[in-house]
Ligand binder design. Structure first.
Ligand SMILES: [Zn+2]
Length: 399
């Protein structure tokens, strides 16, 4: 005899601010009605606003000092000095990567992050300890937050001996889903040594069946030329939909016509972008990019690390930050920033969109609030976070 189906009934909730109704979850999905004979568990929503949970498309859990004693930063200029600060902080922190990453990722999940793409540094200074630590944290959060892991050559592939070998080890380890990269024409230019960062990382991705997620801070032609190169290699290797470029500051500052041409090239090549809403000048024009077929995700980037004292891995607050950076004022502008955090990241990570309708994953959060635009502005406490129909966090903490 098969056991009766179980359903969870979330009573008296308001999806996107609609009138109160019930949400019913069965086997991790929302359904229209309770299956016949089901055992029903009831959760009272008390009239709260229900919103989809969010996806952090770009975060660095290995670098964080979240929950550690306050770290005072020294002035730094250029990537090389920031990288030196990373190494110094990592050596000074008493807590292992796995524990720090778990602390931050648990906090993120309790604020309503359902999935994340985590970058972890791979360099001789750390060996593979960064990816091993984040992978261990991800295992402990299985079923609560889905984690994709990028082996990130923050120290450069060409400029730092030993990184290419470690990346190859990481690619073969089974721990990572993506190979990273960084500024092939600027920070990691070959300087006449004949090194080829993009050749190395695309080669590893192809050999091991992995995706690519490349940091591109360089602006102007120094950023655009590698972007065209990445698009061409993506097409040539048939990696459509598996290659992402993070930051892409060179795209953020393009005038309209050049922006549309670049967007068309990326869309044709199947290359997506991520933005972290660092500032009004660097946030990507994600609505225009999306209209032309380029998926764009939103991320936290570094959280309270050597680069910056800011960040909290709270994706609703990050949506607020994006809205602030874009000087959003209209409801549709505020909603677009939320959708960037919810749907943009889901598309990037290949997850089904959570829209709170039957057939959608039962991934949502309940907050005190009237409507979606107001929640983006107020950033209310996440009273309840539901993952695959199961309550995983209450009042900002995992249960
Ligand atoms: Zn980053």
């Amino acid at each position: 005899m098969t056991p009766p189906p179980t359903a969870t009934l979330f009573h008296d909730v308001r999806p996107f601010g609609a009138p109160p109704r019930d949400l019913i979850a069965v086997d991790g999905e929302l359904v229209a009605e309770i299956p016949r004979g089901a055992v029903v568990e009831r959760v009272d929503g008390a009239g709260r606003l229900a919103l989809p949970t969010l996806v952090d498309a770009h975060v660095h859990p290995d670098k964080t000092s979240w929950g550690e004693p306050w770290h005072s930063r020294r002035p730094a200029h250029g990537i090389a000095e920031y990288v030196a600060g990373d190494v110094e902080l990592a050596r000074a922190l008493p807590t292992p990567v796995a524990e720090r990453a778990l602390r931050l990722m648990s906090h993120a999940a309790a604020q309503g992050t359902r999935a994340m793409r985590a970058h972890a540094d791979v360099a001789p200074a750390y060996g593979l300890s960064g990816i091993e630590g984040v992978a261990e944290a991800a295992r402990k959060l299985a079923g609560i937050v889905d984690v994709e892991l990028v082996a990130f050559p923050q120290h450069g592939v060409v400029r730092t001996p030993g990184v290419a070998e470690l990346l190859a080890e990481a690619a073969a380890s089974g721990l990572v889903t993506h190979i990273g990269g960084i500024d092939p024409a600027g920070f990691d230019a070959d300087g006449g040594h004949g090194g080829d960062q993009l050749g190395t990382v695309f080669g590893l991705a192809e050999k091991h069946g992995l995706g690519l997620d490349i940091h591109l801070h360089d602006r102007g032609e120094q950023g655009l030329a590698p972007l065209r190169d990445i698009a061409a290699r993506t097409r040539a290797l048939g990696l459509r939909g598996r290659v992402n470029v993070g930051h892409a500051f060179a795209v953020a500052s393009l005038p309209d016509r050049a922006l549309d041409e670049t967007a068309d090239l990326l869309a044709e090549s199947g290359v997506s972008l991520t933005t972290v809403a660092l500032s009004p000048a660097t946030i990507l024009p994600f609505r225009r990019l999306a209209e032309r077929g380029v998926p764009v995700g939103l991320g936290s980037d570094g959280v309270r690390d050597s680069w910056s004292p800011f960040g909290d891995a709270d994706m609703l607050r990050r949506a607020w930050l994006a809205a602030w950076a874009l000087e959003a004022r209209l409801d549709e502008e505020l909603e677009a920033c939320f959708r960037l955090a919810a749907d943009g990241g889901a598309e990037l990570l290949g997850l089904p969109r959570s829209d709170l309708r039957p057939g959608s994953p039962a991934d949502f959060m309940l907050v005190d609030g009237e409507c979606l635009p107001q929640a983006v502005v107020d950033v209310p406490r996440r009273d309840l976070v539901v993952r695959a129909g199961r309550v995983v966090a209450r009042d900002g903490h995992l249960v």
